[in-house]
Design a protein around this ligand. Sequence first.
Ligand code: LLP
Length: 385
Amino acid sequence: MLKGDFPVERFASLRTPFYFYDLPLLRRTLDVVEEQLRANPDFRVHYAVKANYNPRILAEIAARGFGADCVSGGEVEAALAAGFPPEGIVFAGVGKSDAEIRLALEAGISRFNVESAAELEVIDALAGEMGTVAPVSLRINPDIGAHTHAGITTGLAENKFGINYEQLDEVMDLALRLPHVRYCGLHFHIGSQILDMMDFSALCNRINSLVERLQRGGRPVGDINVGGGLGINYQHPNHLPIADFGAYFDTFRRHLRLPRGTVVHFEPGRSIVAPCGSLICRVLYVKQGTHKQFAIIDGSMTELVRPAMYRAYHRVENLTSDEPEEVYDVVGPVCESSDVFVKEFAMDKCRRGDLVAIRSAGAYGEAMASRYNCHPLPEAFFFEG
Ligand code: LLP
């Protein structure tokens, strides 16, 4: 959305900072994903709920018939409440509690993505107590370093996620032996905000050799879940508002060598919801420091933690000024020096009361907001077009 298209006249009565969601953009994005799925009938999408669990956003995605990738009992409940069918829900995470496992078994979800032998045994015991059988996939740590922020790679041997190669045969034999779990397939996830398709083709190569190894050993393969990770363009939210789903799905279609008819699951989060969200904030003060000028806004790391936590870049736009650009450090009111959105950033001259949009904040924005410094949780505004 171009800066002039934000409906600022409707923002006057809203408490800033708030999340603004461009629903027409979300819908166009979902159309693109649906189109890709029509072209690839063995592919299934499970939206990663962790990226944004706002009920209205979840309902939009559930209405398309996609599944949900959850990482806690709370996310399973949120997905069910939004209308995702239990048969479309997959549940990953290194530390599933007994209560969460019971909840997911009760709901009849489609898959537990299991991350250790210890977890497998607990799921088997709890499913046994409940007189049921749990469908499980084994999450493999593929030991691939994706070209992204160190805080959001997950597929390296040093990361806590998944089962390593050496233990795979042993854990799979356990899964095949335990009476209350049913082995269904393999799960992978190498990281997030990945823009280099070579990272995904490297994952495909790992999967291919693993599948060959399992077949040679006479073991089953089942279906393959390749996780999420497709990145978006944070630099130019207006030029490229929809992630390159064509290149993403095509990479897997071209590089995976799987037995005919193998179902491949995907878990995109960021690529679906990031572009449609902005955090709208108000300029409180413009202050001249010794060497620089600060635009102090009412939004902070409390409402959008990504810049403080990962030094992530989000473009900032002054929605209510057309005056010549000046250079600012755009900062929030929280008492931490990391409460900075952008440094030495040129934008249209700011004055007290101006509204600024922090763009591409639909993923891991509202979902990671806290109440630090006793701020209220930000509300959401849904733009229908
Ligand atoms: N599947 C699994 C198993 C995951 O762990 C994740 C994300 C996804 C799917 C979705 O990945 P996506 O398509 O969104 O890249 N808070 C960080 C991102 C953490 C991602 C954690 N796992 C951020 O703000 O950048």
